[in-house]
Design a protein around this ligand. Sequence first.
Ligand code: ZN
Ligand code: ZN
Ligand code: ZN
Length: 371
Amino acid sequence: MDVTTELYPRERVGRVREATAKAGLGAVLLTPGPDLRYVTGYDAHQLERLTCLVVPASGEPFMVVPRLELPAAEASPAGRLGIEFVPWDETDDPYALTARRLPQGLDRVGLADRMWAVMALRFRAAMPGAEQVAAGGVLRELRMRKSAAEVEALREAGAAIDRVHRRVPEFLRAGRTEREVGRDIADAIIAEGHATVDFVIVGSGPNGANPHAELSDRVIGPGEPVVVDIGGTMPSGYCSDSTRNYCVGEPPADYRAYHAVLEEAQRVSCEAVRPGVTPEAVDAAARDVIAAAGLGEHFFHRTGHGIGLESHEEPYIVAGNTEPLEAGMAFSVEPGIYPGPHGARIEDIVVCTRDGFEPMNVVDHGLFVVD
Ligand code: ZN
Ligand code: ZN
Ligand code: ZN
């Protein structure tokens, strides 16, 4: 079987239909974005012209596509799902056309979480009786539980970003700016097999104490710790995301000590992962180690986020999330310690397995000193 068939199996649209009915929705309407790609494999462009997969709770699914986009839609993995394509011409109203083809008098419809507001409003006008809700609640049940093929795609993404981390020491030098280093890393993200660069954080010195630092023209100085958090999207559609800490020359005295605490916290948190454990317990596992070292106040974000076709999706590894983990769930484990005037974060993607976890990232977790 070819990879796309395994990643985007034919039966998925049927499962979405079942979930739609179970959620009490008359239909879900999926415009281009991760939900549409998940269901059909079609990586459609976001355009002002409406492309929309319509999955009614009862009846056959169909995809409304601008006639100009029909060849692309047919050539995509969606073309072999047996879904009817309904092309529309420039002078047609695709919203009215969609409403006409659906059963009349639907109470509620689900819209893709990422549907443009202008499209949601046009659908509201075309179906004034139908309450609109976010379809994400329906799709999440499926998307959170990765298939074997999806886990393999995440493994490939993890291996690709690991290769980039192994090359980071080539790029890091005192006297270079974060932006210069970041540009080299971005090139490496593509060279190592990603289709797109999603983000590159090179947080040097005080910028390392800001978990979401933007690349800046700050010159990296000798002895400065650097947080490198990078990710991209593979041709499969699946994402990578991994963080390691580097130092250009010998680090400050306290840095090694709290980096060691962080390594321990990240390891203990990963080891807490198994089916039945709650995300909040995985978060607490990391937090407890850091708090016991007296550094609790310097870890002020959640421990992780799910990952798949989006680099941030469910499940979130955060206090308050008590929905037990299941085999196939994939997420980051990325505690951080940011006491200033520097900081550190260690991040791996892990997949919950039947009896524990499998890391997608295997690059050494230790502080890497570039000399
Ligand atoms: Zn983040
Ligand atoms: Zn990250
Ligand atoms: Zn992350």
